[in-house]
Each structure stands twice: as structure tokens, then as C-alpha cells.
Design a protein around this ligand. Sequence first.
Ligand code: UDP
Ligand code: GLC
Ligand code: MN
Length: 405
Amino acid sequence: MVSVVKDQAFVTLATNDVYCQGALVLCQSLRHHKTTRQIVALFTPQVSSNMRRALERLFDEVVEVNVLDSGDSAHLALLSRPELGVTFTKIHCWCLTQYSKCVFMDADTLVCNNIDDLFEREELSAAPDPGWPDCFNSGVFVYRPSLETYNQLLKFATENGSFDGGDQGLLNSFFSDWSTADIYKHLPFIYNLSAIAIYSYLPAFKQFGSSLKVFHFLGPTKPWHHKYDAQTKGVIQENMSPSDSLFIDFLNLWWDIYATCIWPLLVEYKAADTKMIEYQMPEAGDLQVKMRRQEETVAHEKPIKPAEILETQGHPQSTEKREKITAGPSMSSKRETEMMPSDTPGPSISPPHQEDVAASFADLSLEVEPTQSEKERRRWEEGNADYLGKDAFVNIQRKLDRFLK
Ligand code: UDP
Ligand code: GLC
Ligand code: MN
């Protein structure tokens, strides 16, 4: 019998219902490859309550954390990913001190082979980033939870920011000797292989890809942005860019897990309710499902910047939510003990009618991210204008001048 390791965990993060779907697929893929470690999801208040219940069903532990946002639109613009400021929330993973060692994994990663051997590595172990290999990619990394490190990271973020506006820039500056100090902290690329690497070095992928452990859907287009045909059990390739079709097998694998294991779970928990999903009954009798971005319907919580947390730490009289951050920090957790017999790995979900449900929807798609200007407008409305960057007075003045001319 395989014995379960209780004090080590895989950890992921989702700040909204859309990324939760990726988190659920990742969790299921870890179970499928029979991990003996715990699987934990960090989620933020924007995640709907039904989706939380779905997370609780599949994960061993789910932990609520507050959104941390770099608010650094200037650097995020360089990355062309304005939405990634919230990835600062990732650093909450250092607060999971009930575990002695963890592996963080982005919600857009997919496990293709057992990766429990990662726990033999030390903090901070990660694979090179395909765009700048002297930096590590922060989609998969081994770390040791520690409140001390968490506080140091917050302080570092406040004082130095992040050169990419997201967690990867921050973590690379913080663990700055990663590229030179210890080769054992360089994970082989097969533990975090991203789409971009396939088309930038196809022969290497052909040579080494067969031992792949983790595929990372890095970049703005995620598996949930594609359309899936449940009849042919494949992602629809029409209009797909030639580079995307190079990793069609991984997209299909993701969708296969989603369609057979996650979709039925979401239906059961009404996490796929009409707020997110529109049903249409076409003549053919197929059920078409169209997902909407959850952010359009779920109220926004104001994100917190690292500096505000540090400030709060010096003021114990401040709000309950912020006190939570300092005291644990900012976490409330639920364990699904009934799902996890103490001596066996967590079960894979296999809901009763999964085949029927999978076969009954023909075309499942999610709308793409809101536009950058929409996001900026929302930030502005929430009082989070980027006064030092894009919304700096001089830029506004320039715009007004242009308009008046
Ligand atoms: N994430 C999230 N909500 C967001 C954006 C990101 O929860 O709106 C989390 C999620 O775990 C995601 C990770 O942060 O996988 C990093 O973002 P992403 O994977 O989109 O970045 P990429 O790997 O494409 O650079
Ligand atoms: C990278 C990583 C992702 C990180 C983002 C922002 O592309 O894949 O995990 O959140 O950069 O720093
Ligand atoms: Mn990612």
C-alpha cells in the first residue's frame, strides 16, 4: 500500500472561477498520477461559494487568502500581461507552515507523470524560463513554507517591486543566486515545459519530450479559451494558430480531464450555474455551453498591495481581514478529511454520469479575457488608478491636450 505523506503538499492558486477550472484539472492530473502528497488550493474571496465547494471536494485542503496585487501596470505592460499583478497573491504559499516542504504549481499546469521526486529538492528549485533561461519560471517551484520568508518577500516587494510586475520578477530578484549557486536547484525542463519551448526548439522537444512530467500552458491563451467538441473528443482546430496546433495533444489531454472529471463536478456543485454559463439548445439537440468570464458577474474585492500589509502589521487595531494576514497570515482553511482515508492517496473523482454528461455537450468554450482598457477602467473605478504609471498626471494631461486639439 502506498503511504501518504501528510506534511508535504502540492499547492496551486486561483483568484477567480475561471482559473479554478485550471486548478481542478491540475489537481485531478496529480491524482491520476498517484501522488502521495497533499494537494492544496489557495483561493481568494472572488471565487464563488459553489466553486469553493467544488475545490473542497477535490483538494485535500483549500485555503482562503486575500488578493495581493503588485499594481505595477508599467512593468506588466512590458510583459503584455496586465492581468498578472494578482500573481503576487502566490507568495501567500509561504504561509502554509503546516507543511514542511511544498511544490507550487500554476493553475495552468498539467501533470503528465508522477512528480513526487520533486520533494527531494530544496528551496528554491525551479526550471529555467524559456524566455530568459537565467531566470527561473515561477509556474513550478519547490519551496519551504516559512512566515519569516513570507515577511521578507513582502518587505522585498514593497521596497523593490518586481521587474515584470508579477511574482516571477519578484521571486527571481529575491532568490537571486538561483542561476549560479546550486545546479541541483535547476529543475530539468521537463518539470515545467511550456508551449513556447515546443515551437522555439521543436527538435529538442522531439528528442526529449517523451519524458515530459509537467506541461505549462504559459501565455495569454489558456486551454479554457479553446473550443472543445465532445463528440470527437477533441479541441476544435479551426482558426487555431499553427504554433498552438503543435501542442494540440496537451490541449486535448487537458480537455479530456475537464470534460470527464471536472465538468460533471461543476454541474453537481452548481459551480457551473447560469451566472457563468449560458445554455442553448440547438436544433440538433446538442447542449451547447458557453462560459462567461466570471469577473463580469462576481463583485470585485479590492486587492491589497504588499506595502499595505506591512503597514498593517505595525497597527494591530486595523481591520479583521488585514489582521488575518498578519496572524497566520490571512488564511482560513477547510480540510476535506472525509475524502482522504489516512493511509491512501486521495481518490480520483469519477461522478456517476460522467460519460453521459461528457457526451452531451458539443461545444464548450470560454470567452476571452476582458480587454486591457476594460481592466484599466475597472481599476480606475475601484480607486486603484496607476498614478505613477499610465494614469500619471502628465499622461492624463497629454490625453486631454490631444482631445482638446
Ligand atoms: N492567477 C490567478 N488569477 C489570475 C491570474 C493568475 O489565479 O487572474 C494565478 C494562477 O495560478 C496562474 C498563475 O497565477 O496559473 C500565473 O498566471 P498565468 O499562469 O496566467 O501566467 P503565465 O504562466 O501564463 O505567465
Ligand atoms: C511567468 C510565470 C507565471 C508568473 C508570471 C508573472 O510567465 O509563468 O507563473 O505568474 O510570469 O510573473
Ligand atoms: Mn502559468
